[in-house]
Design a protein around this ligand. Sequence first.
Ligand code: HEM
Length: 637
Amino acid sequence: MIKSPIANPRLHAIAVGCILLAATRFLWVAEAFQSQPHRPQLQSHLHTAFTAKAVPQQNAINNARKNRSQLKAFPAATAATASSAVAALGRFFLPSSNLSKILRATALVVTVVLTASPRVRQRILWPGLSYPSADKELLPGSLGCPFIGMPFMLSNKPSYGAGSFYRTQATKLKATLGKVPGLWKYYFMGMNFAVLSGGKTFQKILSLEFTGSLSSSGVDLMEGGLLPTETILFEPDKKRHAYLRRLVGMALTPAAVDATAPTLQTAAEEQVSRMMAAKDNDEPVQFQKICTDYTLDVAWRQILGLELPEEEIPYFEQQVATWIEGIMTLRVLFRVGVKSTPGYKAREYIASKIGERIDELLEQGPDNKSTLSGMVFATDDEGGTGKKLTREEIIANALILIFAGSETSASTLTNAMLFLGLHPSVWDRLFKEQEDIRAKYGDTITPKSVDASNAPYLDAVLKESLRMRTIVGGIPRKALEDIDVDGDGKTIIPKGWLVDPSMLLTHEEDPATKLPDAMHMDAIQGFRPERWLKDDDTYETPNGEWYVPYGYGPRYCLGKNLAQLEMKIFLATMVRKIGFPKLSMLPENYDFSPDKKSEKDPNYFSVQWSTKGAVIPNAADGVVATITVPQKSVVNI
Ligand code: HEM
């Protein structure tokens, strides 16, 4: 018998472990490679590419052709040869100990896996992977590492921030298929995902919710965590969702939101006072903090209508932050002792404040301004049920409004301040527009004075900020049956798969704004509010297939009216009351030319994004800036 050159059994184990690992790695690469090109789609993309006759597309076609022939040249026989080699090596390194027998048996299993049919192989290596009931191919895209799949939350890069995963995968698919398909797959820890981005497919699939083909997976994913699931955001039942939308939405109608303007202006001006105090002390401010505090102020004042004593405000806002941050912590995600987490305790405190306020409202009658009051007294006359929300329903949905409405608006505003701080000419134009409005309407900001017809440039700045950096993805939906997307059997979302709508990738893929190297998403090169103005400087209505910051379909953002007014009043207040913010991230003597420099240029500058998981990607430093007093013009800065 051949003696193993490695006498130590531990070294045996390590050697075999390495062999098995290498074999698994080999399998992973092979599977990822196999699962990427999706033949029927490939053909249609090839056709499009030929008719377009574009050179980059020609390269993509060549790549696709190469990959397709390589794909054919990777049959099970190759896998069998490789696996036999693995087994032979295992036998050589491992003579007769029990451990070696176990390890050889493992090598045998790997051999079986390698030689099995691609589907069996995939089912073994990606447990839980499911296929369409008819013999159809899976969507294009990679499955990732066996057993684990794609740990998407670890993929964030400073050059992009949250959402990098979608961009990286989409770029890979484009290299293979010539364009990013409207639907592509990934796998993570037993769950199958179909990413949805852009165009008619985006609208078509999201419209399927509540038709019996698609439903929210929110309860499955979030039950037992820190978000109340029996709420509008996660409700899977059509009738009940419509009921909740009517009653919760009654306090968010345009008329109800218009009445909030004075509260919003007061909250914005308070943040200006804080910034001015920092300026007087020669301290910089962090816009992420300013914007978060502003939206939390709006949460307790406007959404909940609380009357907090001065000393309790910081505590309340801290508790909201602790609760929201707690939602994605590992303990909560893996449901380990959730009730003892700081996030759970913070949620209990907020819920108790909401409960107290409900009691006050029931005793004293409507306050005629807060969203909570609207919910407490809403009656379902429109739906004909005449029902009212229960106390539990009001508390749970009020929590959801705070969750859905705080980080979203805070991050959008933080990014808007970043973009403004990078573009003095935009700040200048915004300032001039507000000066004209102030001359016409006075110091009080009314909903009319900041609507798109009176303030088209403000509207454009907000639209552009939301285009560049919006919600990474929506709540995943679940396919309740196989969904044949185009009715031709070529693109199927198998039953049980989660549909992951990506708002950010949809914006990135918008053919109307797209620039090479994704420069249309670059903070310097891409930020162009003018794109939302017509030639006569009136506002432009976006194409709803590609511009989706507030989602699409039956779950379209219920708080859009409030979000828009809240953000417009904040930005209008900023340009009226403070001067052009000097961003700390910029090098001394930064050249504000709106064209991005080449990386070789000594004055090259690029924004670094935070790699923390976030609903909306944020600049890494939270947009630290030095505030100045207002000045007439900054274009020649
Ligand atoms: C910049 C600010 C905001 C953005 C970008 C935004 C975006 C979105 C998006 C994309 C969705 C759909 C998600 C999906 O389809 O999975 C959504 C839903 C929702 N949003 Fe907003 N949102 C913002 C602010 C707000 C505010 C201020 C509120 C309320 C105070 C709010 C309340 C909601 C609710 C309740 C839903 C769920 C609707 C339903 O399931 O029927 N949002 N939002």
